[in-house]
Design a protein. Structure first.
Length: 270
């Protein structure tokens, strides 16, 4: 199967994200771009094998692998067997650069993807949306594109470690969910997860971009926000019921992580 989607772009350019083009080719032809492409590209392979040349490196791209190419970076890619099924998405929008920076997509890179099922589902939904509605299809694609980028980021976050979403991390998160109203030490999490404190901190930093203590605090604040929105309990009771040692410490943490006081949050959400 081969298709190329180039939506007619009008006021979509005013959106934070919009689709410039997308497509797939079950036997990707050779591409040589000495000056690169004017927009960032995400490409992934579903079957077959090919070669990518970018940034002075040569990569073999096989099934369940993806590569990211920033705008204006010279590159070349070509199949090295009869079948090389490549899917690509090209995005635009004033929010795109900050989103890519947040995902640390700043230079040419190759990734192994653990599971393409959801990514493929979103990809197909974008294609179908474009062909189902000539007027608003690309607007719908804007939302799906954001979902696609979030899923792509989730998948590439697995690139450095098979332990990224490991059983040990899940055990620690389950323990926190069950005990966050109580005092939790790193030793408690190590006992629950079966790994050392150093390795557990590595898993948290890699997967969640925070230390276990910060995750616990955010978990408690999540519960506190629900209580602030749905009850008239005083701050002292909410602090006690959500595992904070004192009301003053609760208020300090709430302002630090949420940017507003607990009282202001309650006023704005009730």
């Amino acid at each position: 199967m081969v298709y190329f989607d180039y939506p007619i772009i009008g006021t979509e350019k005013e959106l934070p994200l919009y689709l410039i083009n997308m497509g797939m080719h079950e036997c990707q032809s050779p591409i040589v771009r000495e000056d690169g492409y004017p927009s960032p590209q995400i490409l992934y392979c579903t079957k077959g094998s090919g070669i990518l040349l970018a940034d002075g490196h040569k990569y073999t791209i096989g099934p369940a692998m993806a590569f990211f190419l920033p705008a204006d970076v010279p590159h070349e890619y070509y199949p090295n067997e009869d079948v090389w099924d490549i899917h690509w998405v090209v995005a635009g929008g004033h929010a795109l650069d900050s989103l890519l920076n947040h995902f640390q997509l700043t230079g040419p890179a190759v990734y192994k993807l653990s599971d393409l099922q959801k990514l493929e589902s979103i990809f197909r939904a974008m294609h179908e949306a474009l062909h189902a509605d000539d007027i608003y299809g690309n607007y719908k694609c804007s939302g799906l594109l954001y979902e696609f980028l979030l899923e792509f980021n989730r998948l590439i976050s697995l690139k450095d470690s098979g332990d990224f979403y490991s059983p040990a991390l899940h055990k620690a998160l389950d323990y926190i969910s069950a005990h966050f109203l109580e005092e939790i030490s790193l030793s408690d999490l190590c006992a629950a997860s079966g790994v050392s404190g150093q390795h557990l901190c590595f898993l948290f930093r890699t997967a969640l971009h925070m230390r276990p203590t910060e995750y616990i605090t955010r978990k408690r604040l999540q519960s506190a926000k629900e209580m602030l929105s749905n009850t008239d309990y005083p701050i002292e009771k909410i602090a006690d019921d959500t595992g904070f040692c004192t009301a003053s410490y609760f208020c300090k943490m709430f302002k630090r992580f949420e940017g507003v006081t607990a009282g202001e949050f309650r006023k704005n959400n009730t």
